[in-house]
Design a protein. Structure first.
Length: 762
């Protein structure tokens, strides 16, 4: 039953729409339709999603894509524990009435014991040892790791610090809760290198008070390494010098704003995180490096220290990591996923250059070409990765290839899709399989396919999965022909990513149609009726005769379809009439369109009795940060309508320690929107880990989320959390010495002044 419901075509909304057109965000009705039909699809056949009786699914993200297609992510929990790798991603048509695909990266049903044999302190110590210079260790979270072939109970531990080379790291470590061994890890920080190329005299959006904070793009700002945006008394910024940090911020803001606009106008995405949120840039990093750390981009200088690393492709690359992180499945682990993450950054850098079309930095497919960073020219070449020693083709060695080099096959694939093998006026690009020449579909269409596939990403993300996802995206986006589909397929063949079992196919010329319901759900009191429109669209060949019927109905419910027989392209009205004794609750009603050539199905969610209360989900990302006293941290609160109507939500913070302020921009939102959070500390905040409550006061429902803020001490503090201390050992805390009285492993809140049973002041 599920397979039928999920293979219904989504072409109704797209059939009459040109590929170059952009649609607005879904309406509230379309969003509710998507939530309702997706919920029905998930409940229809749990075994297809490898769901056990202890699994539960919670809507965590709804984003729009090209031409209004909708993508919903549901987080999985098992016996109340979060499941890493168990997300379910649904893709619907624009109306939300039809589910195109429903996927999960989980490979086996979960059947694990939920009592750990290894405790949180031991897991924290194991995770801490994975970082060369650890600074903070977050409280371990008991979870189920289901991204591998066998699900396991594990502690997820976030460790912030520095690598042996001094680079920032925010490592997520999964420690087996039974054996104590590390089973997986991934880093929020994604390194990249680039060049400080200036875009000439450009217009950037700043606040009226002359601050380098974008007033229209939430979260987009630029400043120094302390996280505070630059401010001045005029709205004229920079002097054009490669060493001037204000000038670097001009380049960074310009690039971030063009990337935002490209995502909106070309790819139908609302901001970097897909929900109206962007992230700041920090310039002045004292390193020949630039990186994305999970919540902002940090940019250093070139090897000659003559220019900052804020060229358009580098900025686009770093925030491309953010797009990868904030699409379904997250950043993920492993070199193959890491290489595809690096390639994603390169793709969005190229897309940003193409969209901006700035004569000072003409569009190309080279990464970091403006400045000779270390005497070897650009750092990556998308049309010929081998020119810089990176693989052009996929092979079994890619999962063990360094991530920047492992970007080669997907970069090469993207160029073949966008430009082909012999594009006029652009570099030629060969095929690994010596196959036929490829004529590209253009960078914008290539971006549409790429973004649509990312919206269905699951962990672990692989080239094989990307092939299937991009083929499905091309088939959905361009229903009028198989031309784009065939280019995408040929390009994967051209980089040696071979056909996968069950991947989509495309055949022209057959009679076909799509079907959707508007609306896809409704509520009714027992004894009353509710109606919906059954809408069909010809998506291939000629119109065919269709007979409409419903499946099994709840007790006391009757269905009438008028007319019961139509031609593809026409509509009908479905009326569901209940009796006073009809069972109250949610009921999934299947509607079948029996065509002369093909059949389609859709599901209507009928709620009998009291309507569900207006409600929404509430989350913060990232959920933790580490700062030194006097610095600030940023995060984004995201909300999603989960039932009923969108409501007004007023944001506030609780349990805020002295010397810390929490600001929201904006402070009042409508469910479904986001808000940027700034947590600022003063220099007098004592070093510790604080749990701050971020609250949403809705007109019909209240929710909250926790934010863990770790404030570091100065040179006079040696005490650290999750550290094993022996009797007699001496530490300093805020300049005061303490001697250990009882052997223990320290936890947040166990600072020496707070635990006299453990520490004696010397």
């Amino acid at each position: 039953m599920l397979a039928l419901a999920l293979t219904t075509s989504s072409l109704a909304a797209a059939a009459s729409t040109q590929a170059s057109q952009a649609a607005g965000p879904p309406s509230p009705d379309e969003r509710r339709n998507a939530i309702s039909t997706t919920r029905n699809a998930i409940l229809a056949d749990p075994p297809a999603l490898l769901a056990s009786g202890k699994d539960a699914f919670t809507l965590t993200s709804t984003v729009a894509g090209v031409r209004g297609l909708q993508y919903l992510t549901y987080a999985r929990s098992y016996a109340g524990l979060p499941v890493y790798g168990g997300d379910v991603i649904a893709a619907t048509d624009e109306s939300g009435a039809v589910v195109n695909t429903l996927t999960t990266g989980q490979r086996a049903e979960i059947a694990v014991r939920t009592e750990p044999k290894v405790g949180a302190p031991a897991a924290a110590l194991t995770a801490r040892a994975r970082v060369a210079r650890p600074e903070t260790v977050a409280t371990p979270v008991l979870s189920v790791h289901a991204a591998a072939a066998r699900p396991r109970l594990a502690w997820e531990v976030a460790v912030a610090g520095a690598t042996e080379k001094g680079h920032e790291t925010r490592l997520h470590v999964f420690v087996d809760a039974v054996t104590g061994k590390v089973i997986d890890e991934w880093d929020d920080v994604r390194d990249g290198t680039g060049n400080g190329y200036y875009n000439g005299t450009v217009t950037i959006d700043t606040t009226p008070s002359y601050t380098m904070r974008d007033p229209r793009r939430s979260g987009v700002a630029c400043g120094g390494q302390n996280g505070t945006p630059y401010t001045k008394t005029t709205d004229t910024w920079g002097n054009g010098s490669g060493t001037n940090l204000e000038t670097a911020c001009v380049d960074a803001l310009y690039a971030a704003q063009r990337e935002w606009d490209m995502l909106r106008d070309w790819l139908g995405r609302n901001g970097i995180n897909g929900q109206g949120g962007g992230y700041p840039s920090r310039v002045g990093l004292n390193a020949v490096n630039a990186y994305w750390n999970g919540s902002y981009g940090s940019f250093g200088h070139n090897s000659a220290n003559s220019q900052q690393l804020t060229s358009m492709d580098v900025v686009g690359h770093e925030f491309g990591h953010g797009i990868f992180q904030f699409t379904s499945g997250g950043a993920g682990s492993g070199n193959e996923t890491g290489g595809m993450n690096e390639s994603t950054g390169d793709v969005f850098g190229a897309l940003t250059e193409a969209f901006a079309n700035n004569p000072n930095d003409p569009p190309d497919y080279l990464v970091g070409e403006e400045v000779n960073l270390s005497g070897s020219g650009p750092i990556r070449n998308m049309y010929n990765p081998a020119a810089l020693g990176h693989p052009n083709c996929y092979s079994a060695s890619i999962p063990s290839t360094e991530v920047h080099a492992a970007a080669g096959p997907q970069n090469h694939w993207f160029y073949l899709v966008a430009e082909g093998t012999n594009p006029p006026g652009k570099p030629a690009s060969g095929r690994c399989d010596n196959g036929a020449a490829i004529t590209g579909i253009g960078i914008r269409k290539a971006g549409e396919v790429f973004m649509s596939a990312l919206n269905t990403k699951t962990q672990p993300w692989t080239h094989a999965k990307a092939r299937v996802a991009t083929l499905q995206a091309a088939k959905t986006l361009y229903p009028g022909s198989c031309a784009e589909f065939n280019v995408v397929k040929s390009a994967w063949d051209g980089v040696s990513v071979r056909a996968q079992t069950g991947e989509p196919t495309c055949q022209q010329g057959g009679n076909d149609f799509s079907m959707g319901l508007e609306p896809a759900s409704g509520s009714v009191t027992p004894g009353q009726s509710v109606t919906t429109t059954v809408r069909t669209t010809v998506t291939g060949g000629s119109a065919q005769s269709i007979t409409l019927r419903t499946g099994t109905l709840p007790a006391g419910v009757t269905a009438t379809v008028n007319p019961a027989t139509i031609s593809a392209g026409q509509t009908a009205t479905l009326t569901l009439t209940t009796s006073p004794g009809s069972p109250q609750g949610n009921h999934a009603v299947t509607i079948t369109a029996d065509g002369a050539d093909v059949d389609r199905q859709a599901t209507y969610n009928l709620q009998i009795g009291q309507t569900s209360q207006d409600d929404y989900s509430f989350s913060v990302s990232p959920s933790s940060a580490s700062v030194q006293a006097g610095e600030s941290a940023t995060a984004t609160i995201s909300t999603q309508v989960t039932s009923g109507q969108a409501q007004s939500v007023t944001l506030s913070a609780g349990n805020v320690p002295a010397g810390v302020t929490v600001g929201f921009s904006p402070q009042t939102i409508t469910a479904g929107q986001t808000s940027a959070v700034t947590i600022a500390t003063t220099s007098g905040v004592p070093p510790s880990t604080y749990t701050i409550s971020l609250n949403g006061d809705g007109t019909a429902a209240d929710h909250s989320a926790s934010f863990s803020l770790t404030v570091g001490g100065g040179q006079d503090t040696t005490w650290q959390t999750y550290t094993a201390y022996a009797v007699g050992q001496t530490v300093t805390y805020q300049g005061v010495s303490y001697r250990c009285r009882q052997a223990h492993t320290s936890l947040p809140g166990w600072e020496p002044p707070n635990t006299p049973a453990l520490w004696q002041r010397v």
